[in-house]
Ligand binder design. Structure first.
Ligand code: PLP
Length: 376
């Protein structure tokens, strides 16, 4: 009873409705699997599956045949482990902090080893346990972020026995410019990957992210790691997006008003109405992941009608100009489109001067979330 009341209240008072189409997610997985074949396709579900709820997204991907899951932190892997069947492998991209090895091994979580210290930590746990422990080994092929530098690869290879007890499943690296097919950094990283990986004969490669899957097949390796493309984001810049949209976000109107010419709107009085204007105040702001950079330049939509954001985006609200619509077309309680058929993630990211990844991962926890579409 209590539960029902609080759910109903949350639905009325939520800043909006975040709809996640699990059917589209599954079809995107299958599209990537077809495109990347014969490579296996993992699901990158770090940062709560890019803000879309890893506890729902990861099992939905598993139902489509995904058996490899990447997160950034051990904590994310430990939280997901009980929600996935035994046959799912969970990899930790950022590797393990010293002292965390035993917890990871006990949970059956597989680290990406990013430096010699992490190699040593995993190998010494394997020796203590008296059994082999699986791992991925990341090589830095030119991004200078994570992974063994070429000198460290040399040290590791010269030091026979340093990998004793470590069962290398894949040699891995990450592309810095995969969304820009014209970038020469791609070929440079591929060359470096093939050169360094030759030191680990027989160990398959794990290379492409979303963008890399749409480069030459040589970038894929045996296991690819898409994130954004699963969630409907464009894997490649400047060309039509081959993925299906997964996310729709509609924001709730909480008040409407008509203001006279000269009225100031929002913080700082940054917008001044030049004529009598009809306005709607919407219940989501930058605390809900609506970029403050959309102040005075972003928009919401009702059907195909663009409703410009006027004045500054506040923490918990923003204001749109609804003068383009007939009087009475917008009333309190109504939902207006922020992400949807008239405005893609990429449109919003471009207007806000950022990338689709940041828009998705910052969406915040106050929305009513609706996961639609069968998982299987
Ligand atoms: C986040 C991440 C991915 C996924 O990248 P997308 O561009 O979202 O496909 C793959 N690999 C690594 C190492 C990552 O950090």
């Amino acid at each position: 009873m209590f539960g029902e009341i609080s759910v109903a209240a949350a639905e009325d008072t939520a800043p909006g409705l975040l709809s996640i189409d699990l059917g589209a997610l599954g079809r995107n997985y299958e599209t990537l699997a077809r495109h990347a074949a014969p490579a296996r396709v993992a699901g990158v579900v770090k940062a709560n599956a890019y803000g879309l709820d890893a506890a729902v997204v990861a099992p939905a991907l598993h139902a489509r045949g995904c058996r490899d899951f990447f997160v950034a932190h051990l904590g994310e892997a430990l939280a997901l482990r009980p929600l996935l069947p035994e046959d799912a492998a969970l990899y930790v991209l950022n590797g393990l902090a010293p002292g965390a090895e035993a917890r990871a091994a006990a949970a059956g979580v597989i680290p990406v080893l990013n430096c010699l210290e992490q190699v040593d930590g995993w190998a010494s746990l394997a020796a203590r346990l008296g059994r082999d422990l699986p791992a991925l080994l990341q090589l830095d092929t030119g991004m200078s972020r994570l992974g063994l530098a070429p000198e460290e690869v040399e040290i590791l290879v010269a030091d026979h026995g340093r990998l004793n007890g470590v069962r290398l499943l894949y040699v891995m690296s990450h592309l810095a410019s995969a969304d820009e097919p014209e970038s020469r950094q791609n070929a440079s990283q591929l060359g470096e990957m093939n050169r360094l990986a030759a030191a680990f004969p027989g160990v398959p490669l794990c290379f492409a992210n979303s963008g890399g899957i749409f480069l030459d097949p040589a970038f894929r390796g045996a296991l690819v790691r898409p994130g954004i493309a699963l969630y409907g984001g464009a894997p490649t810049g400047g060309v039509a997006n081959p993925m299906e949209p997964v996310v729709r976000l509609d924001l709730r109107v909480i008040q409407t008003r008509t203001v006279p010419a000269g009225a100031r709107v929002g913080y700082g009085g940054a917008h001044v109405a030049v004529a009598p204007t009809r306005l709607a105040t919407v219940a989501a702001g930058y605390a809900d992941g609506i970029p403050r950079h959309l102040s005075g330049c972003g928009a919401l939509y009702l059907g195909a009608t663009r409703l410009p954001i006027v004045g500054r985006v506040s923490m918990d609200s923003l204001t749109v100009d609804i003068s383009a619509l007939p009087e009475g077309a917008v009333t309190a309680g109504q939902l207006l489109e922020f992400i949807g058929p008239h405005q893609s993630l990429e449109d919003i990211a471009a207007a806000a001067g950022t990338i689709s990844y940041e828009i998705l991962t910052r969406l915040g926890s106050r929305y009513q979330r609706h996961h639609a579409g069968a998982a299987a």
